[in-house]
Design a protein. Structure first.
Lengths: 254, 191
């Protein structure tokens, strides 16, 4: 209990900061909504996470400094043809990519390169899921059906309307914003999420495809929001882009 | 001596752009800049694999079940080739477990499975580069708490410039006939 109070004290002041920097997350034992055959709870080491997704303006600065990652220059093995397709030009954002909107149409390789260029890395799935379990006040709000409904509502909204800018939603208990309700996000280990498209085939049928053991399955079947994130990540290749897929960076706690 | 060292450094700095070589195609897996170490302890750039068609797969040496099958598959495909064709195709196994797959561990697999290291190369990347190499090869993996891995198993056929010509997830001593046909085409005339 005292530890919880101390954690809240750590987390609360961060919640007041504006978007754009890193916040520190304490980590610890975490129960994933995924069922891992090798462990019941995962251990998340203390880490820092960007308090908002990377914006168009931030990504533009990156491609200015790294010509190899400009649209048209980036090798297709790292980024398919639709990479940054909504930008007006390779070095111009234009009307469909406002500076404070989250950058989308970025591949995993591009996101990975961006974070490495900042001396950071992409968060892994456990870190992302841990940060995403919190609501504004609780570090783990996942058992609350009202909150679940709220984050699920975003997935049912049509994705044709323009993306809001980052930082508009209230920060969660860790000071992290927009982890729900804005964009999908790459994780470092997107290709570690070995989920079969057809749940009924779990078990033996998968052993041929996934050496060692079967595919992951869900421990918490009520958590559709997490299920959808995992399904999305497990369906993508590293060079793929989508109009709703962005990212944020993480780094080990100093 | 100093100028020799300098040119060696230059060569290291631009692994893909050797003297007189055409630029790499944009869809080449060798666009990835990564350093690897082989079963002999030699360090080299991933792009140094450029120059001949290669059959590439990911594995790890402590794997007991599927990974030996990957070696079997490579051997089975080799057996379908004439000696002249065998000499023109390289077979590369890249470790997803560089923490344990030291050159010594790689060497042990090469010896135990009697792999001809004129054609077979066993490589371990740096830990930071494993996910990237898996990404360009379309391999998915997750390390388990006990150090084993869950992973997809693919054999990927690359042309001399690192473009993917064919891939198969059918492993074992009965190779996928379409894939073998693609390897034969890449290997050129049997004489």
């Amino acid at each position: 209990m005292r530890r919880l109070a101390a954690l809240l004290l750590c987390a609360l002041p961060l919640a007041g900061l504006a978007a754009g920097g890193y916040v520190r997350l304490p980590g610890g034992a975490f129960r994933s909504a995924l069922k891992y055959e090798d462990q019941k709870t995962v251990r998340v080491a203390p880490f820092e996470l960007m308090d908002a997704p990377v914006t168009n303006a931030q990504f533009l600065a990156f491609v200015q400094a790294n010509p190899r990652w400009r649209r048209g220059n980036a090798p297709t093995v790292f980024a398919e043809a639709r990479y940054l397709q909504h930008w007006a030009g390779p070095r111009t954002l234009g009307p469909d990519a406002l500076p404070r909107q989250p950058v989308v149409n970025v591949s995993w390789f591009a996101a990975d390169a961006y974070c490495k260029a900042q001396g950071a890395r992409l968060p892994d799935w456990n870190e992302w899921e841990y940060a995403a379990a919190a609501d504004e006040l609780r570090k783990d709000a996942r058992k609350d059906p009202v909150w679940r409904e709220r984050i699920l509502a975003w997935y049912s909204r049509p994705s044709t309307s323009a993306l809001p800018r980052v930082g508009l939603q209230a920060a969660n208990a860790y000071g992290v914003r927009d982890i729900h309700g804005l964009v999908w996000e790459w994780t470092e280990d997107y290709s570690a999420l070995l989920v079969d498209a057809d749940n009924r085939k779990q078990g033996d049928a998968d052993k041929a495809r996934f050496c060692g053991a079967g595919a992951l399955s869900m421990d918490d079947r009520e958590n559709y929001a997490v299920l959808m994130r995992v399904a999305m990540l497990s369906s993508l290749q590293g060079a793929d882009v989508t109009p709703n897929m962005g990212f944020r960076c993480a780094r080990d706690a100093r | 001596m100093k100028s020799l060292l300098f040119s060696a450094l230059l060569a290291l700095a631009s692994p893909a752009a050797g003297a007189g070589e055409a630029p790499l195609p944009p869809d080449s897996v060798y666009q990835l800049q990564a350093q690897l170490v082989d079963q002999g302890g030699h360090r080299g750039a991933w792009g140094a694999q450029r120059g001949k068609p290669r059959l590439v797969a990911m594995f790890y040496t402590s794997c007991k079940y599927i990974c030996p099958l990957i070696v079997d598959s490579g051997k089975a495909i080799e057996r379908q080739l004439a000696p002249a064709q065998q000499a023109r195709i390289g077979i590369v196994l890249v470790s997803m477990d560089p923490a344990r797959d030291t050159p010594k561990a790689l060497r042990a697999v090469a010896d135990q499975r009697r792999l001809d290291t004129r054609r077979w190369t066993l490589l371990a990347p740096r830990a930071d580069d494993v996910r990237n190499i898996a990404g360009v090869l379309g391999v998915r993996y997750r390390q388990l708490a006990d150090g084993e891995f869950n992973h997809t198993s693919a054999l990927v056929l690359l042309d001399a410039d690192g473009r993917v010509l064919a891939r198969t997830e059918k492993l074992g001593s009965q190779p996928d006939p379409d894939f073998v046909a693609a390897v034969r085409r890449a290997a050129g005339a049997p004489k």
